[in-house]
Design a protein around this ligand. Structure first.
Ligand code: GRG
Length: 332
């Protein structure tokens, strides 16, 4: 995390759209992020030791190394930050939120490993390092992704996440739905279909609604889960859960637009991955449909929407409000 987190140009949008609504205490959020990132790192280290857990026979060295390579020492850990911050609204003990955050981060890391594979995006660089299939080999990368995914559900089901089995079941079920057929994986399938990447397919022309729906699944679902998970762990009431859902949806949309903008305007060395890939692949994005300036304006209104949805939490929602601004302004 040596690179600056934020765009050097300051708040996004045209001059008329920038202003106090996008200003926030970057230093305070950065230190919260660094704190969560180092706690998650320590937890993942502990979870992925060579010593087999109860019921396991052994942990094959090369596979474990590839899983550790794919998930340790990298990434902004945005999803665990959102989870911990939403759990804080309900005074959930930090260690429980971190355990759930570690499970979520394992799923995110698996998705990156599989997305980088030759059959998917075929990328050589991730988080500033060779992708897992480049650093190891393709079969090991597939297995490492599978290993991270299944380990996530092992972690999410542990009593350290919550002493009540019913709460853990709710959490595990929501996580599975966010990550699976009608969530992230489904979104990835729709994305590949739109690009005409399947054996029986031709590229499809997607309109704004179709792109938004696909992205809500592919990237939005895990981010929305991160926010909802705080409410699950904190036994939030229906109004609070609805507020977190609305926040999570807005933040998911903002995250994807910011990601698309980075692909157009970002810098490979800051991002730690290739840029300009969407245009080369002819990928339909909201930035492509709306244009850069309108996409930046949309980002601003999504941040406002995210902030407004947290009004019932008052000043306690501050970290989440700042996180939404960070997500919109991030430069990596
Ligand atoms: C399971 C094959 C498979 C795919 C699922 C989420 C996804 C679909 C693929 C990930 C590829 C990707 C780059 C999607 C765009 C948005 C995204 C998830 C960016 C990376 O997330 P960050 O910025 O990454 O949180 P770090 O490295 O900070 O963790």
């Amino acid at each position: 995390m040596s690179k600056p987190f934020f765009r050097a140009v300051g708040p996004i949008g045209t001059p008329a759209q920038t202003g106090p609504s996008m200003s926030f205490d970057q230093g305070a959020l950065s230190s919260q992020m660094e704190c969560v990132a180092s706690e998650i790192e320590a937890l993942l280290e502990e979870i992925m030791t060579p010593t087999p857990a109860e019921g396991e026979r052994c942990r094959p060295t090369r596979l474990l190394e590839a899983m550790r390579y794919s998930s340790l020492k990298g990434g902004k850990r945005i999803r665990p930050l959102l989870l911990v911050a939403s759990a804080n609204l309900f005074d959930v003990p930090r260690q429980r939120a971190l355990m759930a955050g570690a499970a979520l981060e394992l799923i995110h890391c698996y998705s990156l490993v599989h997305d980088d594979l030759p059959a998917m995006d075929d990328d050589d660089l991730r988080r500033g390092r060779p992708t897992t299939h480049k650093a190891f080999d393709e079969a090991t990368a597939i297995l490492a992704g599978d290993g991270l995914l299944t380990l996530a559900f092992d972690v999410a089901s542990r009593p350290a996440v919550h002493p009540e089995a019913e709460v853990r079941i709710q959490l595990v079920g929501s996580l599975a739905r966010a990550a699976g057929l009608g969530g992230m994986i489904g979104g990835q399938a729709l994305d590949l279909a739109a690009e005409g990447r399947f054996a029986d397919g031709r590229p499809l022309k997607l309109d704004e609604a179709a792109i938004s729906g696909l992205q809500a699944m592919k990237t939005g679902a895990l981010l929305k889960f991160a926010c909802a998970a705080g409410g699950i762990l904190g036994n939030a009431n229906a109004r609070e859960r609805d507020a977190l859902d609305r926040y999570g949806v807005a933040v998911g949309k903002a995250f994807q637009i910011a990601d698309d903008l980075l692909d157009v305007e970002g810098d490979k060395s800051t991002l730690g991955k290739a840029v300009g890939k969407d245009a080369v692949a002819g990928k339909a994005t909201l930035v492509g449909i709306l244009g850069i300036e309108a996409a930046k304006a949309r980002l601003q209104s999504l941040v406002r929407e995210a902030s407004l949805s947290l009004e019932l939490f008052g000043t306690r929602g501050r970290v989440l409000v700042d996180a939404a601004k960070f997500i919109a302004e991030r430069r990596n």
